[in-house]
Design a protein around this ligand. Structure first.
Ligand code: HEM
Length: 476
């Protein structure tokens, strides 16, 4: 029995007491609290020398789809189960915020949409999400094609130079090239600002670029950018600081992620020449030698599935991060933990997209690159509480998403905090990949095992994705 005499629930001591009481109650009423959860041990030494998400996968196979990971005094609950992920991301989404992630991102993204607490998020999501309307996306396709053409022209010129020396191949770090391309696109899409990094010698965001962005007279721009939209929509609730945070957040969110999905798409395709040929055959049929348009893009289905399959194998980011704002009880997962676990308020959580996307319980040949897998409907009715894969749940969807897979596949997250830029990113990646493969055959320069993975917010390579590019020989 906990007796509390204060009536002011905002007072920190009272709040603490109430939280403890509520944690205790949820723990008593549910099957078990964090105490009864499997614990991943021997953790810290395993964390060195390879990305964290690899270790989280091994522990998932060993301990199950909900386990506790302790780093000294700090503990995280790791989730690899669609039913539990659905609960945290959608059904009980407002009991969680971004926790550790918000702490890390605050200095760069401020109160932008990704780290924003629930109060600010509610106001800003309402204003920002409509910015991605279909006319905006249509205008963006032109930017995607213009920028991708700058890249392919650059590669053609490099090849011509080699040709004059009697060679028909160039070697390039395609990860760096995709990073430049994605930066140019997102600069134009968000700010109507051209970083011009594809054609510059040292393509990094320079202080001068940032200064120019800060000094612009935003009120006189005639363009299709998100900046223009947000300036026009600006109500009393957004000051200049908020606008800056929102736009910087989208610049960052849309840059590395797209560069990474293009990198891994090429990495996977280069190891599967027959799939590369199949992709090129689709491009020849749909585009011929022409450029993609908004309408033609819908017909590049195989290219889109390649992008989506690359996001399954290399999700960006590989982990979603949450912190419980109040105590909660997780639903039982698919593997018999029928009672679920009590989650005390303040618990830090990783939802491992990498584990979900490679779960042997939900995917056939989970580690194989098989874009065609999404065309095969899989019901999996024997898993209680999970509705299986069913495209009819999201008719007309541009890509196999979290609704179709009932949260087994989360390429852009799910629930209220799902990515606002999903269609932008998917169209952008489809255009960039199609325009590259329309013109060139791509091979890895060295063996794929030598491409080492590292992670920050996204999965990238340690030393670049070095490839050989040749002019296509088999154009139909
Ligand atoms: C959120 C993935 C591109 C803007 C997210 C989330 C994921 C994701 C998984 C959910 C994060 C969470 O729940 O913690 C991706 C991937 C992309 C991509 C894989 C590219 C392939 C973009 C682009 C933009 C963007 C191009 C903007 C132009 C955002 C924003 C959020 C978000 C603002 C936060 C949404 C909210 O909290 O309401 N993204 N994203 N993303 N993304 Fe993306």
């Amino acid at each position: 029995v906990i007796r509390c005499q204060s009536t002011n629930t905002d007072e920190p001591k009272t709040r603490n007491l109430l939280d403890n009481a509520s944690n205790l109650l949820t723990s008593l009423l549910s099957g078990g609290g964090l105490g009864s959860m499997p614990i991943a041990e021997g953790a810290v030494s395993d964390l060195f020398g390879r990305p964290l998400f690899f270790s989280l996968y091994d522990w998932f196979l060993e301990h199950g789809s909900v386990y506790k990971l302790a780093f000294g005094p700090k503990a995280f609950v790791v989730i690899s189960d669609p039913i539990v992920a659905r609960h945290i991301l959608r059904e009980n989404a407002f009991s969680y915020d971004k926790g550790v992630l918000a702490d890390i991102l605050e200095p760069i993204m401020g109160k932008g949409l990704i780290p924003a607490d629930l109060g600010i998020w509610k106001q800003r999501r309402r204003v920002i999400a409509p910015g991605f309307h279909s006319l905006y996306l249509e205008a963006m396709v032109k930017i995607f094609t213009d920028c991708s053409e700058r890249s392919t022209l650059k590669f053609e010129q490099l090849l011509e130079r080699e040709d004059s020396l009697g060679r028909n191949v160039i070697e390039l770090d395609l990860e760096a090239e995709f990073s430049n391309l994605a930066l140019d696109i997102i600069g134009l899409g968000v700010f109507n600002y051209d970083f011009g990094s594809v054609t510059k010698e040292s393509p990094v965001i320079k202080e001068t670029d940032v200064e120019k962005l800060q000094q612009r007279d935003y009120s006189n721009l005639k363009d299709a950018s998100l900046l223009r939209f947000l300036v026009d929509m600006r109500g009393a609730d957004a000051d200049d600081g908020q606008l800056r945070d929102d736009l910087m957040t989208m610049l960052i969110a849309g840059h590395e992620t797209t560069a990474a999905v293009l990198t891994w798409s090429i990495f996977l395709l280069a190891q599967n020449p027959s799939k590369m040929k199949k992709a090129q055959a689709e491009i020849d049929t749909v585009l011929g030698q022409g450029r993609p348009t908004f309408d033609l893009l819908k017909k590049l289905e195989y290219i889109r599935l390649i992008v989506v399959e690359a996001l399954r194998l290399y999700p960006q980011p590989p982990l979603l991060i949450r912190r419980a704002l109040k105590s909660d009880v997780l639903p039982g997962g698919y593997k018999g933990d029928k009672d679920g676990y009590a989650i005390p308020s303040g618990t830090d959580i990783f939802i491992s997209l990498y584990n979900l996307h490679r779960s042997p319980y939900f995917w056939d040949s989970p580690n194989e690159f098989e874009p065609e897998r999404f065309l095969v409907q899989r019901k999996n009715e024997e898993i209680e509480g999970w509705a299986g894969f069913d495209p009819s749940r999201s008719p007309g969807a541009l890509y196999p998403n979290e609704i179709i897979s009932d949260f087994a596949f989360l390429p852009f997250g799910g629930g209220p905090r799902k990515c606002v830029g999903d269609q932008f990113a998917l169209m952008e990646s489809t255009v960039a990949l199609a325009m590259l493969l329309q013109k060139f055959d791509v091979e890895l320069k060295a063996s794929p095992e030598l491409v080492e993975l590292v992670t920050g917010a996204t999965i990238h390579t340690k030393n670049g994705l070095w490839c050989k590019l040749r002019k296509r020989s088999n154009v139909h």
